[in-house]
Design a protein around this ligand. Structure first.
Ligand code: G6P
Length: 371
């Protein structure tokens, strides 16, 4: 067993540290000699991809949050509306799905029953389904029109980590491919986006190299009974995922909020010592950065313990933060791949410090094969 973990104390730690390789493997071999994206697996006729009038992402759990991240990228690049829906809700609300709808099902296992039922419903309405799965030959991959594999390798820990970052990477590839086919972007722009994505694995590694600072803070939080996560723009789904990791692993009540919603309720929760983890946008997007900085000030004034994820060199956060986890600069749309890493490390370390089984949290299954 220890051998399978290759020296890591838990599968989760091993898998967190495999993320640079998982992202790189998911990116590998996607371009032809001219630098054009060539997704041979996506065997949906180009005319259909060009004619699609809407993308609907269906997924559960962490994969759903990967879908929320994907919306920002696909809408920005392709100018096509993207809906992201919990697979368990999708078919029950009589969704508007036609033969012009492109459904993207995201699933690590490819066996999540709600996601299977969602794609069956979508195909009955004539929609085409692209599956982003980590398990070749799985039910979802077999029942979809096309498959884009994440190459994260087997994920053993129940709480998903490397599958999540590989899923996000795959949605970026799909988004850029759609932009290429639909003529939204020139090939040199696509190549530039792909080149910058190829730099992400090294940046993730840089964060992992500094993991000890995250671990130290996590070990001081064993008494926490509630943790609030805030994020804006692509940082919002990261906040949701950070909170999910804490619930799953530490059994601590945690909730992610869109930072802009703070004043609409969550701020009432803040009192002395309340831990608040804030994902700060890059200062190169001042319109976003300024607002989140003021959110940190607002909770800090009310006595919150503020733990902040911010870009290297962004000293504006220092005065209002108990700790700052530093992230290398990257294009805004790619930041979730970096921002989530300290939050994974944090939950993993805190769970260990609380004496919980990190790989097999209570009551949870790796793959939920019932509705
Ligand atoms: C379970 C797992 C999660 C996973 C979710 C979706 O809840 O514990 O880690 O995100 O199922 O699973 P899937 O295999 O469809 O990605």
């Amino acid at each position: 067993d220890r051998a399978d973990k290759e020296g890591w104390p838990t599968f989760m730690e091993k898998e967190i540290h495999e993320q640079p390789a998982a992202i790189a493997a998911t990116l590998a071999g996607r371009c032809d000699a001219d630098g054009r994206l060539a997704l041979d697996e996506v065997r949906i006729p180009e005319a259909i991809l060009r004619g699609a009038d809407k993308v609907v992402v269906v997924a559960c759990g962490t994969a759903f949050y990967a879908g929320l991240v994907a919306r920002y990228a696909i809408e920005h690049w392709c100018r096509i509306p993207v809906e992201v829906e919990l697979a368990s809700e999708f078919r029950y609300r009589d969704p508007v799905v036609t033969e012009k709808t492109l459904v993207v099902a995201i699933s690590q296992s490819g066996e999540t029953m709600d996601t299977i039922m969602a794609i069956r419903h979508a195909r009955e309405q004539g929609a085409k389904v692209v599956a982003i799965v980590n398990t070749p030959g799985s039910t979802i991959s077999r029942e979809s029109d096309a498959v884009l594999l994440t190459h994260a390798g087997p994920e053993i820990a129940v709480a998903s980590t490397k599958a999540f970052t590989a899923q996000i990477t795959a949605t970026y590839i799909l988004g850029l491919y759609l932009a290429q086919i639909r003529g939204n972007k020139f090939s040199d722009e696509i190549q530039d986006y792909m080149d910058k994505l190829a730099l992400v694995p090294d940046k993730v590694q840089r964060i992992l190299d500094r993991a000890e600072s995250v671990r130290q803070v996590a070990r001081t939080m064993t008494g926490a009974t509630s943790v609030i996560y805030l994020g804006r723009h692509v940082g919002y789904p990261v906040a949701l995922e950070g909170a999910l990791k804490l619930k799953e692993l530490c059994y601590i009540h945690a909730e992610g909020f869109a930072a802009g919603e703070l004043k609409h309720g969550p701020i009432a929760l803040i009192d002395e010592g309340q831990p608040v983890i804030v994902v700060v946008p890059t200062p190169r997007r001042p319109e976003l950065h300024r607002k989140v900085l003021s959110n940190i000030q607002e909770v800090r004034t009310r006595g919150a313990r503020t733990i902040v994820v911010a870009e290297e060199g962004d000293s504006s956060v220092d005065a209002y933060s108990e700790v700052v986890f530093r992230i290398p600069p990257a294009p805004t749309l790619y930041l979730p791949l970096l921002d989530v890493v300290p939050l994974q490390l944090f939950a993993c370390e805190l769970a260990g410090a609380m004496g919980h089984d990190v790989d097999q949290p209570r009551n949870l299954a790796k793959s939920v094969t019932v509705e």
